[in-house]
Design a protein around this ligand. Structure first.
Ligand SMILES: [Ca+2]
Ligand SMILES: [Ca+2]
Length: 364
């Protein structure tokens, strides 16, 4: 919940290149059966980064990356799955805890005033659709700090997830997502793994489905003038049940839109420029050791998330492109930010006894 919301509401070192490892050797016979709800991707070499006019500075330059094979969730992690984790562990998410002001102030610009007690109480940022046009440079117009908003009460007190069990979990911080992963013998995808998966085997394409401009049938995003008008031609104002839109070439749903998805990597604006100075494909890049995001210059640990959300449209945020990058501080959860997990044969074999996250959908 914490830092980004407060930044929004309160105030208007070089990367270490990853090792260039040996060529990828595909060994399908060492791969165990895919865990429930996951598919195996062989990995390989691909072109990472943004193509076309839509690509932003932090998506350039396009560069070659090679990655090993991995299992990845077909869908975003759902409320049903996250509930199984919480039921088993009694885990309390960051949004359900009070804010430690002394810890928080170290990540804020010097002199930032102490927020009110209400803003330091448990809560999260909830998207609230304004009834009038808003300055798109002022996110405070549509993000509302809401006490006791969390994954179980995504719209705040009075809301619940009874009818949202197959929707993606939201208001989960990077820390929360990592805790779920540890429990489930999983991890978060690296940015490279996420983008490889999102492209679904296509090359030099703007979207997960190719180059056709986005249409309501493709993904859960925003139709109309953001943030006050949404014609909901795709059927949903907020989250949609996972898997409501066609899968990409690898059988993965919602790699565009629905909710943003946390990745493992720290964010730097210049990650790709630094990486491109190396020769040959970068092997299994895992991001810089220290983050730098000019939008949150005092936060040393901002993490990448990918894929855009139900709030994205072509005018405001076209981040449903596979190459689009965004970052948020790791203690932040929001209405439109979730995750999906990956795992590897090695990780599964290390596990004492694999946990079994609840199936994405109830048994037929
Ligand atoms: Ca929508
Ligand atoms: Ca998504």
């Amino acid at each position: 919940m914490i830092l980004l919301p407060l930044l929004i509401l309160l105030m208007p070192p070089p990367e270490t290149p990853s090792d260039h490892g040996p060529p990828i050797i595909s060994s399908p016979d060492r791969n165990p059966t895919a865990p429930d709800g996951m598919v195996w991707l062989d990995g390989g070499t691909f072109k990472m980064g943004g193509v076309g006019e839509e690509a932003r500075d932090d998506e350039r330059p396009v560069h070659e990356v090679s990655i090993d094979g991995f299992f990845i969730d077909i869908n975003e992690v759902t409320n049903r799955q996250f509930k199984a984790f919480v039921d088993a562990t009694n885990y309390i998410t960051v949004a359900e805890r009070s804010v430690d002001w002394e810890q928080l102030r170290q990540q804020l610009p010097p002199g930032t005033p102490r927020p009110s007690d209400a803003m330091l109480a448990p809560g999260s940022l909830v998207f609230v659709q304004p009834d009038h046009p808003a300055d798109l440079n002022n996110p405070a117009m549509w993000w509302q700090w809401t006490s006791d908003a969390n994954w179980k009460q995504p719209q705040g007190p009075g809301s619940n997830i009874e009818d949202l069990l197959d929707h993606p979990v939201v208001h989960v911080s990077h820390e929360d997502a990592m805790a779920y992963c540890r429990w489930a013998n999983r991890r978060l995808p690296t940015e490279a793994e996420w983008e490889f998966a999102s492209r679904g085997g296509l090359e030099d394409k703007i979207y997960t489905w190719g180059d056709d401009p986005i249409q309501p049938k493709h993904a859960n995003v925003w139709q109309g003038r953001f943030p006050n008008e949404n014609s909901m031609e795709d059927g949903y104002l907020l989250t949609a049940p996972v898997g409501s839109y066609p899968a990409n070439g690898y059988g993965l749903h919602d790699m565009a839109g629905n909710v943003w998805e946390w990745c493992q990597d720290r964010y730097r604006l210049d990650t790709y420029r630094l990486r491109a100075e190396s020769e040959g494909p970068v092997h299994n890049p895992s991001g810089p050791d220290k983050a730098f995001d000019p939008r949150t210059p005092h936060a040393p640990d901002s993490r990448v998330h990918r894929g855009g959300s139900f709030l994205c449209n072509a005018v405001y945020c076209d981040s449903y492109r596979p190459s689009a990058r965004m970052s948020t501080t790791p203690d932040t959860g929001m209405s439109h930010l979730g995750f999906r997990t990956v795992t590897t044969p090695e990780l599964l074999m290390k596990a004492d006894g694999p946990a079994s996250p609840a199936p994405t959908k109830p048994p037929e």
